[in-house]
Design a protein around this ligand. Structure first.
Ligand code: ADP
Ligand code: MG
Length: 258
C-alpha cells in the first residue's frame, strides 16, 4: 500500500437549496517521499482535494488511506490527531499570527501535540526549523517586519516543526513575485530531498516540473493526467522508491511522458 491512496473520491458541497458536486471520482496513489505538483484551472477542485488529503474535510464517498490507516470515516477527534502528527500545511496567505515573533509562530503547533517539550525546548526546536529555512537572522521579527518570501519561510518552518511526513501546500507562491517563488519552490525541493518529505503542491508556476517529480492535472473535478493508477511500468519505480525511501531524482513530470 502506498503512503497515500485515494479510491474513487467524490465530494459534493451541500448548500441551502442546491448541491454542488465538485469531485467526481478521484483515484490517486502517492508514494512516500514523492513530490507531486497539482495543477488545473481555477475551480477545478484542487483546494477541495487538498482539504480532503489534509483531513480538514471528509469525503461524500470513496476511500482514503494515509500511511496505512483508512482515514475516510474517522471521527473529528481522530482526524485532528492525524493532522497534528502527520500533516503540515502551507497556504497562499501565510496565515501567521500578527505581533508574534517568528520563533513563537513556529513553536505554536508544538503546544497542540503531546510532545512534552518545555517552553525552552520548544523555542529551541522552532529556532532549528527557522535556521533550516534560512531565517537565522530573523528569529524575533514579527510578520509585518518580514517580506512575503520570508513570511512564507516562517510558515514552512511552522508546518514542519512537528516533523510530519506529509506537507500540503496550496498555491504557496500565489502571493509572491517570480524570483521569490523560485526560491520557495527550490526550498520544497531541498526539503523533499534531504528529509524524504512527501509533498503535494498546488501551483500555477508552469516550470514547477523542474522541482516536482510528477505533475497531476485536474479538470472539472477529475484527474486528467498523471493519475498513476498502479497499472503502468512506473508503478515498479514508485514501489522501489517507497521501499528504499530514497527516490531517484532524475524523473521529471511523468504526467508529460506517460
Ligand atoms: P480550485 O482550488 O481548483 O480553484 P476549489 O476546490 O476551491 O477549486 O473549488 C471547486 C468548486 O467547488 C468551485 O466551483 C467552488 O465554487 C466550489 N466550492 C468550493 N468550496 C465550497 C464550499 N465550501 N461550498 C460550496 N461550494 C464550494
Ligand atoms: Mg484553490
Amino acid at each position: 500500500m502506498d503512503f497515500i491512496e485515494l479510491q474513487d473520491i467524490r465530494k459534493t458541497y451541500h448548500m441551502t437549496d442546491i448541491d454542488v458536486p465538485v469531485l467526481h471520482g478521484i483515484s490517486l496513489k502517492i508514494a512516500k517521499g514523492e513530490f507531486v505538483a497539482l495543477m488545473g484551472a481555477s475551480g477545478s477542485g484542487k483546494s477541495t482535494l487538498m482539504h480532503i488529503l489534509g483531513c480538514l474535510d471528509h469525503t461524500t464517498s470513496g476511500r482514503y488511506w494515509l500511511d496505512g490507516e483508512e482515514v475516510s470515516n474517522i471521527s473529528a477527534d481522530r482526524r485532528a490527531l492525524v493532522r497534528n502528527h502527520k500533516i503540515g500545511f502551507v497556504f497562499q496567505g501565510f496565515n501567521l499570527l500578527a505581533r508574534t515573533s517568528a520563533v513563537e509562530n513556529v513553536a505554536m503547533p508544538l503546544s497542540y501535540t503531546a510532545t512534552h517539550l518545555s517552553e525552552r525546548q520548544a523555542r529551541q526546536r522552532a529556532t532549528e526549523m527557522l535556521v533550516r529555512v534560512g531565517l537565522s537572522d530573523r528569529l524575533y521579527h514579527e510578520p509585518s517586519k518580514l517580506s512575503g518570501g520570508q513570511q512564507q519561510r516562517v510558515a514552512i518552518a511552522r508546518a514542519l516543526v512537528n516533523n510530519p511526513p506529509l506537507l500540503l501546500a496550496d498555491e504557496p507562491t500565489g502571493n509572491l513575485d517570480s524570483r521569490t517563488s523560485e526560491e520557495i519552490l527550490h526550498m520544497f525541493h531541498e526539503l523533499n530531498e534531504s528529509m524524504g518529505l512527501t509533498i503535494v503542491l498546488v501551483t500555477h508556476e508552469l516550470d514547477v516540473a523542474r522541482y516536482a517529480q510528477r505533475t497531476v492535472h485536474m479538470r472539472d473535478g477529475l484527474i486528467v493526467e498523471g493519475e498513476y493508477d498502479g497499472s503502468s511500468e512506473t508503478d515498479d519505480v514508485h514501489r522501489a522508491q517507497d521501499q528504499t525511501q530514497s527516490p531517484a531524482r532524475s524523473t521529471t513530470a511523468e504526467g508529460q511522458t506517460s
